[in-house]
Design a binder for this molecule. Structure first.
Ligand SMILES: Cc1cc2nc3c(=O)[nH]c(=O)nc-3n(C[C@H](O)[C@H](O)[C@H](O)COP(=O)(O)OP(=O)(O)OC[C@H]3O[C@@H](n4cnc5c(N)ncnc54)[C@H](O)[C@@H]3O)c2cc1C
Length: 401
């Protein structure tokens, strides 16, 4: 057995042992606050067992292993419905970027440890009403009087901001230069005066995303994590950290076996749906597609094992998996007739077709909207010409808004 297989087996065993305490069944019926408290205990248990910060340096409290062990652990972890979502952004991007770009390393080490144990949460304040896919179009500004900075503006879709202690933020510090060149990267205390967090309720019933308003929020210059005007590069570094995360060819929706079970139980014209040619065709299509995506993932894992960096073909994964999850979920709802409309907002999207369907659109937007992934595939894989960029080289304050 290879060292990686041993690692996977040990991780799987540990996860089996704690799943009854923190997994799907234990979480059923909990309020968000109770679930978050459980999640903090789970994160601490992970830390104690050596499964937190798997690929982070040991001097920060990590395990000093590689990205492969991390992805291996995560692919096992996602089988149990464990409450790791609250820390997904925090440990995924802001904390690693603090380790790299934070100026006061004693402060950073303390934050990293608290985040690893689930005691503190960080959010990522990038997107705004006018700056989502086009991140460099953001309008929140940071002005200096030579004695620190004052932030004014609005962020949007900030995951878990209402539970966050700190956040990383990109703001415009110079509107007189082209849009990518006038941005600076900072961290902020989410409890500072002038920070106002307002949750947004999503179609699926949960409110994990927020609007965040900044009204004369004062920060000192040691919160700055990039050169003045050099924030876009750090923002890109943030987005690149998790370029290859654990992927799931089910698009984070139900496994294909669940669809086969459903098609066995439901009749069409007096016969099990599973005997219907149209249903069989959909199962075969999905099986082929998921096998293709698994092959891309397996290839990326082998590349990482060989010390190489996987290419942009990872964009195919989310694009195809979430889109087809949405279609298959719709078919599953149709098959169930009016029963398919029964909606339980606490039902996990990995087990429940209605929950999977209603939450699929956010999956097609977050972390790069479908069209942006198609642009990446067109430009980086197929070598097609770049998207039309009429604002290239134009000073930000000269771009019509
Ligand atoms: C559940 C969820 C959680 C999120 N969490 C966070 C978070 O924690 N922090 C954070 O900063 N952001 C977060 N986001 C925001 C997310 O990053 C943005 O929603 C995303 O980047 C898209 O930006 P937008 O919403 O402004 O849409 P827009 O960029 O306005 O896009 C609107 C539509 O136009 C299309 N489009 C845009 N540009 C092009 C183009 N050049 N070519 C073709 N089509 C184009 C898009 O594909 C999309 O269909 C989250 C979003 C969701 C849904």
């Amino acid at each position: 057995m290879s060292a990686l297989e041993t690692y996977r087996n040990n991780a799987a065993q540990w996860l089996e042992s704690i799943a009854p305490i923190y997994g799907k069944a234990a979480r059923k019926g909990l309020s968000v606050e109770e679930d978050l408290a459980l999640a903090r205990r789970y994160q601490n248990a992970k830390f104690e067992a050596g499964y937190a910060g798997i690929n982070w340096p040991t001097e920060y409290g990590g395990q000093g292993l590689s990205h492969i062990e991390k992805v291996t652990f995560e692919s096992e972890e996602m089988k149990h419905g464990l409450p790791n979502g609250y820390f997904g952004i925090s440990l995924g991007m802001p904390i690693p970027i603090m380790m790299q770009f934070g100026s006061d390393q004693d402060f950073v080490k303390e934050r990293v440890l608290k985040a690893l144990k689930g005691e503190e949460i960080w959010c990522q304040l990038f997107s705004e009403p006018a700056g989502g896919s086009d991140l460099a179009g953001l309008r929140t500004k940071a002005e200096t009087d030579g004695n620190g900075w004052k932030i004014n503006g609005q962020k949007l879709w900030t995951s878990w901001a209402q539970y966050s202690d700190y956040g990383v933020i990109v703001a415009r510090t110079d509107p007189n230069v082209p849009k990518h060149k006038g941005l600076t990267y900072f961290w902020v205390d989410m409890k500072a005066p002038g920070v106002d967090v307002r949750p947004i309720k999503l179609a699926g019933g949960d409110s994990h995303v927020n609007e965040v308003f900044f009204d004369d929020v004062k920060i000192s210059d040691d919160h700055r994590m990039s050169p003045i005007g050099g924030g876009f590069a750090v923002a890109m570094a943030t987005l690149m950290i998790e370029r290859y995360v654990a992927t799931d060819s089910a698009g984070f929706g139900p496994h294909l076996d669940l669809f086969v079970d459903l098609a066995r139980q439901i009749d069409i014209n007096g016969k099990p749906a599973l005997t219907d040619g149209r249903i069989r065709q959909q199962i075969a299509r999905n099986y082929a597609m998921r096998s293709g995506l698994n092959a891309i993932t397996a290839r990326a894992m082998l590349m990482m094992q060989a010390g190489m960096t996987p290419g942009p073909e990872g964009s195919l994964n989310k694009l195809i998996a979430v889109r087809s999850r949405q279609k298959l979920s719709e078919l599953a709802i149709d098959l169930q007739g009016s029963d398919g409309f029964v909606f339980d907002e606490h039902a996990p999207q990995k087990d429940n077709w209605t929950s999977s369907w209603i939450n699929a659109p956010t999956g097609r937007i977050a972390g790069g909207a479908d069209e942006m992934l198609l642009n990446t595939i067109a430009e980086k894989i197929l070598g097609l010409p770049q998207d039309h960029r009429p604002d290239k080289g134009v000073a930000f304050n000269q771009i019509p808004a």
